[in-house]
Ligand binder design. Structure first.
Ligand SMILES: Nc1ncnc2c1ncn2[C@@H]1O[C@H](COP(=O)(O)OP(=O)(O)OP(=O)(O)O)[C@@H](O)[C@H]1O
Ligand SMILES: [Mg+2]
Length: 351
């Protein structure tokens, strides 16, 4: 990087944010992703007062999830990629922006925020309002698949079709991009959270045992898969017997977890097929040539790439560092606002 660019990067107050259902990432132009923390806030129940003097946000708050006494309420302010709790989202944005900007805060930054492509005008407005109240001078919105495509370096402005499959915590977005814009897309409210929920249900129905969502997520991360594994494995799990109410342990196999994940995984595969069906033949032939790229945490589910390849007959690749693709895209947009103005234009909302 040229030293002047580096200096500009340090001076700049611009901030790119991937406000995700599960994780929020902050990217600074010239510096890359500087923060990645869970989208979780702990407050005093019935108030918007963030605990620990405003610091119970992100990692600190996630550690409290499902373990908090009645005097603490731990909130995930986004549901399926959209803001469900405005005040809490604002507190979260404010905290993260201050954390990365420290003393420069007085300068009021320009923000680029990545949002799901399927959200309504009212929901977009909500994101802008929260950012504005969190101190932003100007807010630009960019759809997540577009930011992801830019983040992983796809030449989206060319007349060639590319397909992005972003599987996050609350939403799966499947989009075909060409000439800088989204050609077809499907947003699905089925992603990582739904997988965790399916595991909770499976364990309840098959083992008469209640487990928490964090345990379910750990099971998914440790032994979850979408395609038969070379070596199937087992895991000890702990929960509470639904009949006796007492703590109990059992062993779960990776085959069982795969069966539990069948529903959400099929949903995702169907969304990809729907988008392919809606894509005009000229673009479809590009897709056949270049395949699809997966981003988001859910893309890391073992064998999901293989499963989707088999279901669609297309090549599937997982982006490098899939969890940061969207955030990196917002950083690249900020670094090249003049070039990408067109890409942003129809998404721009100034406040
Ligand atoms: N190795 C893995 N295998 C399976 N799932 C994973 C893995 N790593 C992370 N995940 C899941 O990815 C999800 C989080 O992904 P990501 O951070 O991309 O979501 P998000 O951007 O916050 O959500 P959204 O885009 O839906 O608003 C969580 O459900 C998490 O459990
Ligand atoms: Mg996301």
């Amino acid at each position: 990087m040229h030293p002047v660019d580096f200096f500009m990067g340090l001076m700049s107050t611009d901030i790119g944010i991937d406000l995700g259902t599960a994780n929020t990432l902050v990217c600074l132009p010239g510096r890359g992703v500087v923060l990645s923390e869970p989208t979780v806030v702990a407050v005093r129940p019935g108030t918007n007062k963030v605990l620990l003097g405003g610091k119970a946000v992100g990692n600190t708050a996630k550690a409290m999830l499902e373990k908090a006494p009645d005097t603490i309420s731990v909130i995930r302010p986004l549901k399926h990629g959209v803001i469900a709790d405005f005040d809490i989202t604002e507190a979260l944005l404010k905290y993260f922006i201050q954390k990365v900007h420290k003393r420069k805060w007085g300068l009021r930054p320009r923000l680029i925020i990545a949002i799901p492509s399927g959200i309504t005008a009212v929901e977009r407005r909500a994101v802008v309002n929260s950012s504005e109240r969190a101190g932003a001078r100007e807010v630009y919105l960019v759809s997540e698949p577009k930011a992801a495509a830019i983040g992983i370096g796809l030449p989206i402005s060319e007349p060639v079709a590319h397909m992005i499959v972003d599987i996050g915590g609350g939403t799966t977005e499947v989009a075909v991009l060409s000439l800088g814009d989204i050609f077809t897309h499907v947003s699905l409210r089925v992603a990582g959270d739904e997988m965790d929920e399916s595991i909770v249900h499976y364990v309840r129905n098959n083992y008469n045992m209640d487990i928490g969502y964090r345990t379910a997520e750990n099971i998914k991360l440790e032994i979850g898969s979408a395609y038969p594994m070379e070596e199937e494995v087992t895991m000890d799990i702990k929960g509470r017997d639904t009949i006796s109410g007492l703590p109990r342990a059992t062993v779960m196999s990776s085959e069982e977890v795969r069966e539990a994940l069948r529903g959400p995984v099929d949903h995702i595969a169907n969304a990809v097929k729907t988008v392919l069906e809606r894509t005009v033949p000229e673009l479809a032939s590009d897709l056949l040539e270049y395949g699809m790229v997966m981003v988001g945490g859910g893309s890391l589910l073992r064998g999901l790439d293989k499963f989707l390849a088999e279901e669609t007959g297309m090549a599937v690749r997982i982006a490098e560092d899939p969890l940061t693709a969207v955030a990196r895209g917002t950083g690249i947009l900020l670094e090249n606002l003049d070039i990408y103005k067109d890409v942003l234009q129809n998404e721009e909302v100034e406040v």
